[in-house]
Design a protein around this ligand. Structure first.
Ligand code: ZN
Ligand code: ZN
Length: 476
């Protein structure tokens, strides 16, 4: 039995030793994060020792209070969700009682009443101040001005909106301001609602900042123990950060459904340090965002594309009762002719639909013109392959839902919207869709046709805004 006692003592001493020291890699990982106690990349004993030595603080996953009317009210301490319908209460075997979990951030591991969250509770890591900006391009005068204004906002710690038309080179504008922040040892985040945007940005930023520790976080990406100074993340991932960043740039903020915008804002706010500015970069800011930044910060507008050519103005073409025609197995004549012309001229094309079912019915009809035409939507298994095939000129064109409204560049692409009067095609969506046309220097224009069953305000507003931007004006 002596041997067993010795073992116990050895373990106890080991734990005590750990309690007195701390592991910098735990600090580097946990600084600015709010994490599940039981799901870190470190051994549980290591985390426990840091809790014992008070380097790490624990927080209950869900905070439950009683209202005056004696109703229970839950708050998720990770994502700060307070929408009561997004909580579920169940009989928990672990805590042997009613236990509540948050459905809002469920994807990142369940947070319940008996789940413990951990945050770093000691000295913060110091980030390097030597960084190289390797990007060799030259900004247009207007881009340069926006870039300078953004740096100015960082100095003043006020929010900034870069309102830049599609194809004006938004990312390059951020390089200098980000570089300046990194040189000052600041921690920076670029967040976007959609994973496609993050995947597109990652190689560009790695190339621009070759000496900087960069990490891209999105659903499915592996958790590492690294502590990057520059983090690219889907906005969902920001639920797991808390007071982490000295500046956050939210790219394509409006790609998020409007109703969810509040939660997104809260997640971004929580991830930023209390005094840190949150900036936005988009071609189609919502009125709400515009008004907010007008009051509290600064706006830079770029209404010219980097190649200097104007944005394509949409043209309207009626396509009466297109739904009925397609359902009867007949491609409306104008749509048929438009597509045949693209095929004849060997111009790549995108045709946008509002409804997957209708698009798939139409797909069969388009295949009679060319069997290589495919339809894609968000959950289509071959979505990435089909888009790549269009880039490679292996297919002449694609039918698509609004998933391809942004983030895609196909030289000389021609664009049609079928059913432009549908609600989903709001002003922002139409401007983004038109933004696909004429992006390259060799093909700075192209057809942007809105086939419709009636003209909406959204169509007129989109057209008006594009004309205004082309005139050099600032939309109001
Ligand atoms: Zn939550
Ligand atoms: Zn429980």
């Amino acid at each position: 039995m002596v041997g067993l006692n010795e073992e116990v003592n050895k373990i106890r001493n080991g734990v005590l030793r750990m309690a007195n020291t701390f592991d910098p890699s735990v600090r580097d990982f946990l600084a600015g994060r709010i994490w599940l106690r039981l799901h870190t990349p470190f051994p549980i004993e290591t985390i426990d020792a840091h809790i014992q030595s008070q380097h790490i603080k624990t927080i209950p996953g869900i905070k439950t209070t009683k209202t005056y009317a004696n109703q229970t009210r839950h708050i998720c301490n990770r994502c700060e969700n307070t929408i009561q319908s997004r909580f579920t209460t169940f009989d928990c075997a672990k805590c042997e009682g009613p236990c509540t979990y948050c459905r809002h951030c469920l994807k990142m591991g369940r947070v319940s009443t008996c789940t413990e969250l951990i945050v770093w509770n000691a000295e913060q890591p110091i980030y390097p101040t030597n960084h190289t900006l390797a990007w060799q391009g030259i900004l247009t005068p207007r881009q340069q001005q926006a870039s300078n204004e953004l740096t100015e906002s960082n100095t003043k710690r006020i929010p900034h909106l870069i309102h830049a038309v599609c194809g004006s080179g938004k990312t390059e504008i951020l390089f200098e301001p980000i570089h300046k922040l990194l040189l000052a040892g600041k921690r920076v985040c670029i967040a976007a609602p959609r994973v496609d945007v993050i995947l597109e940005l990652e190689p560009r930023l790695r190339a621009a900042f070759p000496e900087t520790a960069i990490e891209a976080l999105y659903g499915g990406a592996e958790t590492t123990t690294d502590s990057a100074q520059l983090i690219l993340a889907t906005t969902h991932q920001l639920y797991r950060f808390r007071h982490a960043f000295d500046a956050i740039f939210v790219d394509e903020a409006d790609a998020f459904p409007y109703t969810a915008e509040e939660t997104l804002r809260r997640a971004v706010r929580k991830a930023a340090k209390p005094e840190a500015p949150v900036h936005f970069v988009t071609a189609t800011p919502s009125d709400k965002l515009l008004n907010e930044i007008k009051k509290t910060g600064q706006i830079s507008t770029i209404n010219r594309r980097y190649h200097g050519h104007p944005l394509p103005i949409p043209r309207y073409d009626s396509l009466w009762n297109y739904t009925k025609h397609i359902q009867k197995g007949k491609l409306p004549k104008k749509l048929n002719n438009w597509t045949e012309e693209r095929l004849r001229r060997k111009e790549p094309f995108l045709i946008f639909f509002h409804h997957i079912g209708l698009m798939e019915q139409a797909e069969l009809l388009f295949k009679q013109l060319d069997t290589r035409i495919h339809a894609v939507h968000a959950s289509h298994p071959d979505r990435k392959e089909h888009v790549q095939a269009l880039r490679n000129k292996e297919v002449p064109g694609l039918l698509t839902t609004t998933i391809l409204e942004r983030g895609i560049t196909i030289p000389n692409v021609q664009v049609a919207v079928v059913g432009a009067e549908q609600l989903i095609f709001n002003k922002g969506a139409l401007i983004q869709i038109g933004g696909r046309v004429g992006r390259s220097e060799q093909h700075p224009s192209g057809d942007f046709v809105l086939f419709h069953h009636g003209i909406t305000y959204a169509m007129d507003d989109a057209k008006k805004e594009i004309i205004q931007l082309n005139k050099g004006g600032v939309p109001n």
